[in-house]
Design a protein around this ligand. Structure first.
Ligand code: FAD
Ligand code: UDP
Length: 362
């Protein structure tokens, strides 16, 4: 078999590059995908009850990058969903990230922005340096809210307390001094109107892209394909046969349940920082704005082993990754891109941005 580009993985990284290369360079692109579907972790489908669900947990597109938004918008319209997350704490449901509304519900009193600033000024822990994910939170809002929202949730999600994780993990959640209850304030957000997979299918609809080789680990075919360049979006340590050791990932079990009711919960996602073994429940109908007499929900149970979902942001693992990166940099015709190949906690828009930039440099 002959192709110009061989791409491993049909997620955001692989599909974006395939589309660009096929349509702009007029080169043949063969995509090989281990799973039985395209879309990577953003894969969605109608379940037996006719409800659109996501196989790998809630994925909401959000970005401030106009180029990325405009690019994807060529392949899909968006449903206009605005993501909101409630956390169930102290018998109440309050919005995250922490904002005026959260504080008012939590403490049954009014706050104006100035009062909230003063409140946090009294509560916050003064630190010379922010060294980990605990520091990020306590230095802004103090111990009490840290304990309430972050400490135990993070232990469940990552298997370690926030002290042991790089600052970037909890930095994902800002603190707001207004009544904005949205989870993301990005200019562009939503879910593809007909689902992520329909968008990916459209991206791959090109004469230079033959049907994706599904259910195939690239190692099974690499010796029988002749290609000029390889783009790899799988785990980088696997590519190099774990020569520098295994990079750890956090994994999840997803438990889906269909219920005989129209609506199950008060937001698309509800987090449970301190109770249960699961971290959160997603109600897909709310994300997809779907009307249906029944509803499907998804519980997320974090675990150490299993499919690699989350690279773990810790210095010691970054050091191992850097060793792999040096190996990767030596290979002139192989490009590594995406959450697994770059071993970074990247959002979908960052991956597309990375793909568009890599394309420009190829
Ligand atoms: P992936 O989607 O992982 O695609 C890589 C593909 O390569 C996979 O399909 C895999 O099967 C394939 N592959 C791997 N190894 C091989 C091999 N040996 N041979 C052949 N194929 C192989 N981001 C957001 O922006 N918003 C969100 O709301 C959001 N929510 C998330 C929720 C969860 C639970 C998780 C886990 C992630 C979430 N993300 C979210 C992140 C998002 O999933 C990633 O940014 C995105 O999937 C990265 O795309 P990718 O192409 O790099 O990787
Ligand atoms: N987090 C937390 N409590 C919450 C929500 C988030 O402690 O209720 C922490 C947790 O460590 C999580 C991180 O903040 O991994 C980032 O949250 P985000 O929602 O961005 O994670 P995602 O699900 O997108 O990976």
């Amino acid at each position: 078999m002959k192709t110009d580009f061989l791409i491993i993985g049909a997620g955001f990284a692989g599909c974006t590059l395939a589309e660009r290369i096929a349509s702009q360079l007029d080169k043949k692109v063969l995509i090989v995908e281990k799973r039985d579907h395209i879309g990577g972790n953003a894969y969605d489908y109608y379940n037996d009850d006719g409800i659109m669900v996501q196989k790998y947990g809630p994925h909401i597109f959000h970005s401030n990058l106009k180029e990325v938004w405009d690019y994807l918008s060529r392949f899909t319209e968006w449903n206009g969903y605005v993501h909101r997350v409630l956390a169930r704490v102290k018998g109440k449901e309050v919005y995250l990230p922490i904002n005026l509304d959260t504080m008012e519900r939590l403490y049954d009193r009014k706050f104006n922005p100035e009062e909230l600033r003063e409140y946090f000024e009294r509560k916050r822990v003064r630190l010379d340096q922010i060294e980990n994910s605990r520091d990020v939170v306590v230095s802004q809002v103090g111990e009490e809210l840290y304990e309430l929202f972050f400490r135990n949730y993070t232990k469940k999600q990552w298997g370690v307390y926030p002290e042991e994780l790089d600052p970037e993990v909890t930095k994902r959640l800002p603190v707001r001094f207004d009544h904005d209850t949205r989870y993301f304030t990005d200019k562009y957000q939503g879910i593809p109107k007909h689902g992520f997979v329909k968008m990916f299918e459209k991206m791959l609809q090109h004469k230079n892209i033959p049907p994706v080789m599904l259910n195939t680990d690239y190692r099974e075919i690499i010796d029988s394909v002749s290609f000029d360049k390889l783009i790899y979006t799988g785990p980088i340590d696997y590519y190099f046969d774990y020569i520098h050791g295994k990079l750890p990932y956090r994994s999840l079990d997803f438990k889906l349940e269909t219920l005989e009711m129209d609506k199950y919960q008060n937001a698309g996602v509800v987090n449970f920082p301190n109770d249960y073994d699961y971290t959160r429940i997603t109600e897909f109908k709310q994300l997809y704005l779907q009307k249906h007499p029944r509803t499907t929900i998804c519980y997320e149970y974090p675990k150490a082993e299993g499919e690699p979902y989350y690279p773990i942001p810790k210095k010691e693992y970054q050091e191992i990754y850097q060793k792999y990166k040096r190996e990767a940099d030596r290979l002139k015709s192989v490009f590594f891109l995406g959450r697994l190949a770059q071993y970074r906690y990247l959002n979908m828009d960052q991956v597309v941005d990375g793909a568009l930039n890599l394309f420009k440099s190829i």
